[in-house]
Design a protein around this ligand. Structure first.
Ligand code: GPW
Length: 836
């Protein structure tokens, strides 16, 4: 056997690194036998998937090791992304794309009598996030690696990720996600790098040998954090950054201590508590629950990560004085913001830095991204809960707050109101720790995720902070990775694009601009429609398999996929469906563009109205889909268990992207970008990144409707009267009356009452106020779709103008403006240049 590996110094069998089809086939068979313990004859599809996954992992290990070695050997700055969520999606297909191995692997798999697509589909996706925030973290990890930026992602290895959704009798049912059940070939546990995290107890002051006043924290529980590492490959570069996720375990020594004192129950109880810490992801998107376990999760992963960084730093630095030069730490919303107090504790209590010095290091280390203005999502922890779990951190936060407010006092003497408004501790009634304030005070940079949102941050939730430090605030409009969201998910369109403008756009999305002239070529538009038609056909097959519904691939695919939320207004969408239904019923010969309405999204298990919206959609579907008078002019389908995997099927097949949140409520949105990148046109409000998408693609290629943010505010301030809209707009009245009559609920007039009550009673999302504008705009959409040539033209221009919305652009902006970091090229050849 030859030893021609890519690394001449590491002699391993070429079976593990070779890239020829023959070698890949042999590796597949070997892994099936040696790792899965199966012969081909008795192997399950999952065994084959595992064998293939290990085959690919072998071929990326060199990149992974070289990357971490390179980062250790040189004194580079490293970006640390701290996020409680990473919604990664399946790894296999993405890794094949990024390694450039799709073709040989496909051939090897086929020659082994298997089907690559089928194996890729078997992978259980790591659903370690709720929605946009977690998916953004995953896109950022992809872009960081592709841009060859040294980066570590830290997070939580939830044993149970976001629940699986099933629909029973139209209602959402939650099923436990068991993504780890059959093993995870992409992670490597590193028990040797475990760390200990304290919880609870009390603090004591003492004087050290030098006579200095110090505080020590005597916890009543100790938890062990075990890191699990997953490689994140860049696209066609040698960089493979590390995603390090922490799993909690009981710290045995602590148990023994208790056990010896006779507290057997207490010892076992602590073990249970410790192991529960990372069991399950809280399934609430943008809804604070205030649960103790959630705070423990946040503190646990942040403490593990900071301790890990300190260990890495001290391995080749004499002190922590230059810690902030080594690490730029980005806080993904407030979920990891306890890190500000934790780094202070580590520096002051454990490494004996003087407060002022520690504070400078801390502020220079952290920067903070806010992702929402919704009041119910702004994290605050009750003081009693906080002090019970993190007594030392509360003391530190008091000290941070006092010193901060002293500064404010100097700048604004005699302004008690301002002090109360800026205080990290909310003392108006019940006392709370305001985490966005802690993050803001502890960071040198604060950003929002789209232009409008960044502006609103400065005018609303962080207004007083903006007045203090205007220079800290900036905008970083979100983006998405074109590797997963175009190359992997839409190979047909990707190939069509590349056939005309080459493959440069995959790494430099601005190159899509070169497509613009093709919009005027009838032949290209024809090819474009052909691709869209095939992709829609694929989705139609999927819909048939999942819900036994036949949909027409020539109908307009009108899609809304995202978490179910009142502010995202899935109910506005279904009201329009009912309106169209009534139009046809009242005018049986009405010629409308046939439409297929596709919905997908999970509701937080405790969010009753969101679950009722799902029930309404399914109830309308049942009636509309089975009414012979409608034929195939309208079909409505709610596809269950919307996740990354399903997103990859649905974005490419959409004609129309529903981005209809109440203006001012959706911080950015990222689904809007994925749709547009795949050639869907948008119907949307002037909210979040919709505004910038419209600016890029041109107002004439975007269906705009609805109140603007100032109009929303004005309407609410004037005392919004939903009844007036109901009385003044006959189309709205007809739709609402039909629901209330029990038409969609087998005569039950009570079923949808809570939803109707909220729309009539207290609706901060102004559904009725935007109804008529939405219906009118949808009418224009339907008319526009009749002109297929022009529709294709608009779709091509949408794609051609999406360059801005690559997460590569976003990451470049963070790298330049906030992190001050440069790429480091990883060489595959010299892992150990000195032969160490
Ligand atoms: F509340 N987002 C989310 F700000 O998906 F933390 N979950 C969340 O818990 C929050 C925000 C949080 C989303 C925003 O809703 C969306 O507009 C944005 O595009 C996305 O975060 C990424 O920035």
């Amino acid at each position: 056997m030859a030893f021609n590996t890519t690394n001449p110094l590491i002699q391993v069998e070429d079976d593990r690194t070779g890239l020829s089809v023959e070698t890949l086939k042999r590796a597949l068979a070997d892994n099936l036998f040696y790792l899965q313990g199966k012969f081909p004859g008795i192997a399950t599809k999952h065994d084959c998937y595992m064998a293939l996954a290990y085959t690919i992992r072998d071929r990326l290990l060199q990149r992974w090791l070289n990357t971490s070695q390179t980062y250790l050997n040189c004194d580079n700055r490293v970006v640390v992304y701290l996020s409680a969520e990473y919604l990664l999606g399946p790894h296999l297909g993405n890794n094949l794309i990024n390694l450039g191995l799709w073709e040989p692997v496909k051939q090897a798999v086929e020659e082994s009598g298997l089907n690559l697509e089928e194996l890729i589909n078997i992978e259980e996706e790591p659903g370690l996030g709720n929605g946009g925030l977690g998916r953004l973290a995953a896109c950022f990890m992809d872009s960081l690696a592709t841009l060859e930026i040294p980066a570590i992602g830290y997070g939580i290895r939830y044993e149970f990720g976001i629940f699986d959704q099933e629909i029973e009798d139209g209602w959402q049912v939650e099923i436990t996600d068991k993504w780890l059940q059959l093993g995870n070939p992409w992670e490597i546990a590193r028990p040797e790098a475990a760390v200990l995290v304290k919880l609870g107890g009390h603090t004591e002051s003492y004087t050290d040998e030098k006579g200095d006043y110090r505080v020590r924290w005597i916890p009543n529980n100790l938890v062990k954090g075990i890191p699990y590492d997953t490689p994140i490959l860049g696209y066609k570069v040698s960089t493979a950054n590390n995603l390090r996720l922490w799993k909690s375990e009981a710290a045995e020594s602590f148990d023994f201590q208790r056990f010896n004192m006779g507290d057997y129950y207490g010892a076992v109880q602590n073990k249970v508590t410790s192991e529960n810490l990372t069991k399950v992801l809280y399934p609430n998107d943008e809804q604070l629950q205030g649960k103790e376990l959630r705070l423990a999760q946040q503190y646990f992963f942040v403490s593990c990560s900071l301790q890990d960084m300190i260990r890495i730093h001290l391995a080749d630095n004499p002190s922590l004085e230059n810690f902030h030069e080594h690490f730029a730490v980005q806080l993904n919303d407030t979920h990891p913001s306890i890190g500000v107090a934790e780094l202070m504790r580590l520096l002051v209590d454990e490494h004996h830095y003087e407060w002022g010095k520690a504070w400078n290091i801390t502020q220079a280390t952290f920067s903070f991204t806010n992702h929402t203005l919704l009041p119910e999502a702004l994290e605050k922890w009750s003081l009693p809960l906080f002090s019970q779990m993190l007594p030392r951190h509360l003391e530190i936060i008091y000290e941070i707050n006092q010193r901060f407010l002293d500064q404010v006092r100097i700048k604004y003497p005699n302004d008690g109101d301002r002090l109360a408004q800026l205080s990290i501790i909310d003392e108006a009634g019940e006392k709370w720790v305001r985490m966005a304030y802690l993050a803001t005070v502890g960071s040198h940079a604060i950003n929002g995720v789209a232009a409008l949102h960044s502006q609103l941050i400065k005018e609303t939730i962080l207004k007083d902070f903006y007045e203090l430090w205007p220079e800290k605030f900036s905008n970083k409009t979100n983006g998405v990775t074109p590797r997963r969201w175009l190359v992997l998910s839409n190979p047909r369109l990707s190939n069509l694009i590349s056939s005309r403008i080459g493959e440069g756009w995959i790494k430099n999305l601005d190159e899509l601009k070169q497509l613009e002239p093709f919009a005027d070529l009838a032949g290209f538009r024809q090819d474009w429609r052909q691709v869209k038609r095939e992709v829609k056909q694929d989705l139609a097959h999927y819909i048939k398999a999942q819900s036994d519904l036949v949909v027409n691939p020539d109908s307009l695919f009108d899609v809304q996929v995202k978490r179910i939320h009142e502010y995202k207004r899935q109910h506005l969408n279904i009201l329009h469906v009912i309106h169209l239904y009534l139009q046809i019923k009242n005018n049986p010969n009405l010629e409308i563009s046939p439409r297929t309405f596709i919905y997908g999204g999970k509701a937080a298990p405790g969010y009753f109205i969101a679950k009722l919206i799902i029930k309404l959609i399914n109830s309308v579907a049942e009636v509309v889909n089975n009414d012979p008078a409608i034929g195939d002019r309208l079909k409505v389908v709610f596809l269950s268990n919307y996740n990354v995997k399903f997103g990859q099927k649905v974005y490419p097949a959409a004609d129309l992207s529903e981005q209809i949140s109440t203006a001012g409520k959706e911080a950015s949105g990222t689904g809007n970008m994925k749709f547009s990148m795949n050639g869907a046109l948008t119907i949307g409000t002037l909210d979040g990144a919709n505004i910038e998408i419209r600016e890029e693609v041109g107002a004439e290629n975007f269906f705009l409707f609805g109140l603007t943010t100032p109009e929303v505010e004005k309407t609410l301030a004037a005392g919004y009267q939903p009844w007036e809209y109901y009385n003044n707009y006959p189309d709205l009245k007809a739709v609402v009356d039909l629901i209330n009559s029990g038409f969609f609920s087998h005569g039950d007039t009570e079923l949808f009452r809570p939803l109707m009550d909220s729309l009539f009673g207290h609706d901060p999302y102004l559904v009725f106020a935007d109804f008529q504008a939405y219906v009118d705009c949808q009418h224009q959409v339907g008319e526009a779709y009749k002109d297929q040539e022009n529709w294709s033209r608009m779709a091509i221009l949408n794609v051609a103008r999406m360059g801005k919305f690559s997460s590569d652009r976003t990451i470049r902006e963070y790298a330049e403006d906030i992190w001050a970091i440069k790429p480091v090229v990883i060489e595959l050849e010299d892992l150990c240049p000195d032969g160490q």
